[in-house]
Design a protein around this ligand. Structure first.
Ligand code: HEM
Length: 489
């Protein structure tokens, strides 16, 4: 939503509003002569053009967004006091930005890559952002590894291309990635569109009820359009023929009134069960099997309005895992904890210190009230009001109520590994996922992986990567080794 004005009539003007006589010929010193510095129309236009781009997102640069609404369909007040979840039937405005991860701003949509799922709820207690993916798990479990991981997904400093060597070297040396990589190279690795995939909060989050009791939750958004995927061959063709396939599909379906919807579910774990659960519930490389914590349906998400201006509303949109509301908070997941810093910092660099106040980013159902002021592109919204607290002239007051319940900690500080629970290792859930697949799916998985691993230049790197899959499931490893060897002959 942007404040617009009528730009369809009246004289063409400069930025300062002066009428422009000629927008097609620049001013020259005599017929056929060089240009004049007094031609401010030309100079202003060229200078503005040079500054049209802001830095693209360091990851998830390529994306598309739409507005919509979230509707509560179940009573969850025994788990959380969040006001937007307080009664059945309650609606909250939302904005969702989908994305791919590794590609640059102009990259094709139909590629094998996780899809980002960044959802903003404009609640009456402030904006709540859930910045997830279409996958329930992730490649690594500690934020300190994220920049290294992303460097292997992006362009190599020497070749300028994505390199199989870097990708498989890192994954082979990071066995905790085996689960997510098995997922990514399986059938769901290339969704047919943004509408035909699920979304996940992925991390574990904390919900706190009005009595102060807390719970650990995971979010699932199940597509009502049905899951649809592309094979590697279909994707290769589509990426060439229609690089904007996902973006176009989303916009056109909303334009046609065919609004995509998702059924929203949560898995809820009582706080006391976390310590002895068979998997560490704060390890992002693991799911909570549904037989342990069955998903409970809590709402419906619908997308029903396209942005009017992609730059203003999508490129400048910002989402932060640190944007919580009362009753919802972080877990001690080391990835989530790192992200609580990473996003706000990226926004201040990429969009600027007043990014939170742009129309798409600011709270829509309440106001941001504090003493923060000024900086680049400050719009003066606070007028002459006092900019400090406490003050004797009236103004916003602190509430004394924490958004979330305290998290228990124990032991000395240290660079500790994420603790392992009774059934934790890096491979168990990757093996379970493989064994769940049909024979056809296993074949496609092995073909997708082997085609990729075969591009590695060193045998030791390929072998280390294959060994991780063999640890997940012996048959998986055997078939993959044979397929890679056949391709590398
Ligand atoms: C510690 C690990 C991570 C770090 C440091 C990190 C950092 C970042 C940064 C800096 C951006 C760009 C933000 C911007 O410029 O506006 C970004 C975007 C994004 N990240 Fe992460 N990320 C991490 C892990 C994850 C995980 C685990 C997920 C999903 C479960 C995820 C989902 C996303 C999404 C969906 C976006 C795009 C947001 C948008 O549409 O604007 N990231 N990430």
């Amino acid at each position: 939503m942007v404040d617009t004005f009528d730009n369809t009539a009246g004289p063409l003007t400069t930025e300062s509003g002066a009428p422009i006589a000629n927008n097609n010929q620049s001013e020259a010193a005599g017929k056929g002569g060089p240009l004049l510095i007094q031609d401010q129309v030309l100079l202003e236009k060229l200078a503005h053009f040079n500054r049209e781009r802001i830095p693209e997102r360091v990851v998830h640069a390529r994306g598309a967004g739409a507005y919509g609404k979230f509707t509560v369909t179940a009573d969850v007040t025994k788990y959380t006091k969040a006001a937007f979840l307080s009664e059945i039937g309650k609606e909250t405005e939302t904005f969702l930005r989908f994305s791919t991860v590794a590609g640059n701003l102009g990259a094709a949509d139909a590629v094998r890559d996780p899809r980002g799922w960044a959802l903003k709820f404009y609640t009456e207690e402030g904006n709540y952002d859930l910045v997830g993916n279409n996958t329930p798990v992730f490649f690594i479990r500690d934020a300190i590894k994220f920049p290294d991981f992303i460097h292997t997904q992006k362009r190599d400093p020497y070749t300028g291309s994505q390199e199989a060597d870097n990708v498989w070297d890192f994954w082979g040396l990071s066995p905790e990635s085996t689960h997510q990589v098995t997922w990514l190279f399986g059938d769901r690795g290339i969704p047919a569109s943004y509408r035909h995939m699920n979304g996940y909060g992925s991390h574990t989050f904390q919900w706190t009820n009005a009595e102060g009791e807390h719970f650990w939750v995971k979010y699932h958004f199940k597509t009502d359009q049905g899951i649809k995927n592309l094979t590697a061959e279909e994707a290769d063709r589509l990426a060439g023929e229609d690089p904007d396939s996902h973006q176009r599909d989303l916009r056109e379906s909303i334009e046609a009134g065919d609004y995509p919807t998702w059924t929203v579910q949560v898995q809820v774990m009582p706080a006391a069960e976390a310590a002895n659960y068979r998997f560490n519930p704060f390890d992002l490389t693991k799911v909570w099997p549904h037989e342990d914590y069955p998903p409970i349906e809590i709402g419906k998400l619908e997308l029903n309005r396209n942005p009017e201006n992609i730059f203003a509303e999508v490129e400048q949109s910002i989402f932060s895992p640190a944007h919580f509301v009362p009753g919802i908070g972080p877990s001690p997941d080391k990835m989530l904890q790192g992200r609580l810093f990473g996003y706000g910092d990226a926004h201040r660099y990429r969009v600027g210190i007043n990014a939170d106040q742009l129309p798409v980013n600011r709270p829509h159902a309440t106001e941001a009230r504090n003493g923060n002021r000024d900086g680049y592109a400050y719009d003066g919204r606070h007028g002459g009001q006092k900019n400090y607290e406490p003050n004797s002239f009236g103004g916003p007051n602190e509430t004394g109520e924490a958004l979330w319940a305290p998290i228990e900690v124990n032991g000395p500080t240290g660079e500790w590994e994420t603790p392992r629970h009774s059934e934790d290792d890096d491979f168990v859930q990757a093996g379970d996922l493989y064994r769940l697949m049909s024979e056809d799916e296993k074949e496609r998985l092995v073909a997708n992986l082997s085609g990729n691993i075969a591009g590695v230049s060193r045998d030791d790197i390929a072998e280390r990567a294959i060994a991780n899959f063999a640890k997940a499931d012996e048959d998986f490893g055997k078939r993959l080794r044979a397929a890679v060897e056949a391709l590398r002959k």
